[in-house]
Ligand binder design. Sequence first.
Ligand code: MTE
Length: 396
Amino acid sequence: MSSLRAPSNYSEEPPRHPSLVVNSQEPFNAEPPRSALIASYVTPVDLFYKRNHGPIPVLDDIESYYMRYCGLVEKPLELSMADIRKLSKHTVTATLQCAGNRRTAMSKVKPVKGVGCDVSAIGSAIWGGAKLADVLELVGISKSTSVSSPLGGNHVEFVSVDMCKEEKGGPYKSSIPLLQATNLDAEVILAYEMNGQPLNRDHGYPLRVIVPGVIGARSVKWLSSINIIENECQGFFTQRDYKMFPPTVNWENIDWSTRRPQMDFPVQSVICSLEEENTVEPGKIVVHGYAVSGGGRGIERVDVSFDGGKTWEEAIRYQKSTEVPYVADDTSSGDKWAWVLFKAEADVSHTTEIVTKAVDIAGNVQPENVGVIWNLRGILNTSWHRVRVEVEDPNF
Ligand code: MTE
């Protein structure tokens, strides 16, 4: 048996950075202060948000870990970490965003179900590991763009070992379409490294999947098996959670079967250098933040308003570092899965609201108000981000 095990209680949790803002202790859900997100282009591991649904699994002996391949495959397989490391290593810089990022703001419109999150359930990391498409080839599924595997599999299911109450004590699991898994351009990887270091326990040690451009829920941590299946995963987190309903749906009339599991996340931008309420002296104010879109759609533009949304100016974007401005025609960047950081400045002389909205390369824009995208699970709050700035009267 693989030695990756799930504790039944929270007595074996790993140490965590003291500056994380804890949204729930058991299971541990936390995000960094928003200012930490703009301090560097790549988010440090210890400050990266943590989103869990049960106690963190323990692996005492890496030598006895293996991942099982099963389901609709010609030759089921067990792979050790050494086997996975033998495949060519691929690194991808990708932003992982929880679908519940900015849920707290959505719940102010009308209550929603789910762990509260401010604006930092998001981070960018350099993930290193084996391409899922390479691993699938080992079980006889070629890197073609075919929808079905030879034995009729259409989806790739990732199964963990953690014990989640939503799964009645069973493990977290989810799936992606086979087409996405075998497509080299989708850059789905089985990651064993985060920012050049082995994954730590909170982020999925020893192995997790990273599905770039897609809500974090599909990037299953602590992998124990990968199943090739005919229909998408029937687990709770695919069928009864992380689906986007219209504002008319409530807990009495909800029919989960009417919606697809959410995959790509929509265009998003957030101001991180200011809190929701701020007091400043009159004069120049510089705002910094992040902007990102799902599905590999880069950010075309970030607009910032210093007068509550009446007039706008375009922000300067940064990619790869907080110093080097982004060049729109730089085709060498390869960072289509990761955020841009942005900066804008203006003189403010009286109390105002500073607002940001981003536009992605497909021309998608963030919605103006959270009310129009309100949904009972509180996911995908991508409304314009507004912060209030009270300007102190210099004569007092
Ligand atoms: N994988 C397992 N096994 N268990 C989980 O609770 N949470 C998912 C995903 N993978 C989860 C999981 C969700 S909802 C998110 S947003 C991301 O992991 C968070 O990844 P992170 O904690 O590394 O930031």
